[in-house]
Ligand binder design. Structure first.
Ligand code: SF4
Length: 489
């Protein structure tokens, strides 16, 4: 879509707002207003400065129709402009996004911040009246916030450890992660693994000197169980020997893909302190699994659940995705019911996030006309109803850009069996120190709202080739804690 802006610097905010309605169409900013009328979505957002006030002029065109709006205000602000754009897009497309004007990825965190600042009633008003969030989504965000609230407060020295294993047995067609398929990157695993152990050593040294307290461990990816049983054992032992595990209340390993799970690996994980694993089928339809490039079938997932239970795991997460190619509402219903029957204690329901290059995308379509939007919405509604009835509660949530139906990803847990790490990383309320390619350490000032990020290189070959830089960057963790502590004392 095309966008013309003038009289302000709200480029990022206006472009994000356009993406809410046209997520699959790149936003092209024009240097001058568009003269020609065509069917391609187009918008103008202009602020004119008067002697005592500002005039906001907004227009949009879509499908041969155009609409305009104008307001005069004493203040110059992005909210007025984006709100006017939002209302026009709503009218011209006939579509009201359920998350309203919210473009951020942490709606629950935002609601918590409003509640802390304004109180519950005013926070609800802000969400539903100012940001146009539907009552349905406000209620869902509030429910999630209330479940996670008891876990948000952590000790000033508490931290979680994330370890990234960016390898997978093959690449799923919708994947937007940095993960490399083993076929392409087999030779990188050994050197990567050795350097990862060194980064863990360095991290442990820093953590010790700062007196930090490890409360949760998460090994994610990629697919960590791409590693051999021997490597998994070595990794778990390295963690246990490097950190004080006394107060570590959970240790998760993403066993992600059923085609990487074996009895031997699960026994090793269980024997080495892992308390929770994730088996991520996304779907239990063989047709869908084929369509997304998986090299395993649904039966492998069923067997993986049996093997995990036999190895003694009682906390098992399963990731599902709504809006996958070849899936149907009936197919999704069957998948969800079976995953519950298989005994998952955590179920994470994702909405398919499409990369712009994905074949599923049809440019210039607004979100309501995208073929997956209403199907994804029906699937999400079914999951909310079914998981609630089965005794699950939503405990963390996040959103991404270009999600099917502009919806959300939600982690559900049964009997309080939540994964704290997921809350900490989404709410950004407690420090997470990351090791490995693609890892992002989020260093939270325990005495204030500040959060600083330290990025590792994304790809395994960069991680290997420039590892000394990663080790140097780790020193920043120490510096940040020293600054935070100095300021308070
Ligand atoms: S398992 Fe996950 S990380 Fe690996 S290719 Fe598939 S979507 Fe990407």
């Amino acid at each position: 879509m095309k966008l013309f802006l003038s009289g302000h610097n709200y480029h990022y905010e206006c472009a994000n707002l356009c993406r809410l309605f046209f997520p699959y169409s790149p936003v092209e900013e024009m240097e001058s207003p568009c003269e020609d009328e065509n069917n391609e979505p187009y918008a103008e957002a202009v602020i004119l400065q008067n002697v005592r006030n500002y005039t906001y002029k907004v227009m949009c065109c879509y499908n041969g129709k155009s609409l305009r709006d104008e307001e005069t205000k004493l203040v110059h602000d992005e909210y007025t402009l984006t709100r006017m754009l939002y209302r026009l897009f709503e009218r011209i497309t006939g579509n009201s996004p359920k998350w309203g004007m919210l473009t951020g990825i942490h709606p629950v965190k935002l609601l918590g911040q409003y509640e802390n600042k304004l109180g519950e009633t005013a926070a609800k008003e802000t969400f539903t009246k100012d940001l146009f969030v539907s009552n349905e989504k406000y209620t869902f965000a509030k429910r999630t916030l209330d479940v996670q609230r008891p876990f948000l407060k952590t000790g000033e020295n508490d931290f979680s450890l994330y370890i990234g294993i960016p390898f997978c047995p093959s690449r799923c067609s919708y994947c937007s992660f940095v993960s490399q398929s083993v076929g392409q990157a087999k030779k990188l695993i050994e050197p990567y693994f050795d350097l990862l152990l060194l980064e863990i050593d360095k991290t442990a040294e820093i953590v010790k000197s700062l007196g930090l307290n490890l409360i949760s461990v998460y090994i994610g990816g990629g697919t960590p169980t791409t590693l051999s049983a021997h490597q998994l054992k070595k990794l778990c032992e390295k963690i246990a020997n490097s950190f004080d595990m006394e107060n570590c209340c959970e240790f998760t390993v993403e066993a992600g893909r059923a085609d990487t799970i074996s009895k031997e690996k699960l026994i090793v994980l269980k024997a080495n302190g892992v308390t929770r694993i994730s088996i991520n089928p996304q779907s239990l339809s063989d047709k869908v699994l084929r369509a997304i490039g998986r090299e395993h079938i649904a039966d492998d997932v069923r067997k993986a659940f049996d093997t995990a239970k036999a190895a003694g795991f009682t906390s098992i997460n399963a990731d599902l995705i709504v809006g996958l190619p070849e899936d149907s509402l009936e197919g999704f219903k069957k998948t969800l019911k079976e995953i519950i029957r298989l005994g998952a204690s955590n179920i994470t329901v994702h909405s398919l996030a499409l990369k712009r290059s994905a074949s599923l995308i049809e440019d210039n379509r607004d979100i309501s006309s995208h073929k997956n939007a209403s199907l994804a919405d029906d699937m999400i509604n079914f999951s909310v109803e079914t998981l609630s009835e089965a005794g699950f509660e939503p405990y963390y949530m996040y959103r991404q850009t270009r999600m099917a139906g502009n919806l959300e990803n939600t982690g559900w847990a049964k009997n309080g069996n939540i994964c704290r790490y997921n809350i900490y990383t989404m709410d950004e309320s407690s420090t997470v120190i990351a090791c490995g390619a693609g890892g992002v350490s989020k260093i939270k000032n325990p005495y204030g709202p500040e959060l600083k990020r330290i990025f590792n290189f994304k790809f395994p070959n960069e991680y290997i080739g420039r590892n000394s830089e990663i080790i140097e960057r780790k020193a920043r963790v120490e510096e940040l804690y020293e600054q935070f502590r100095k300021r308070i004392h």
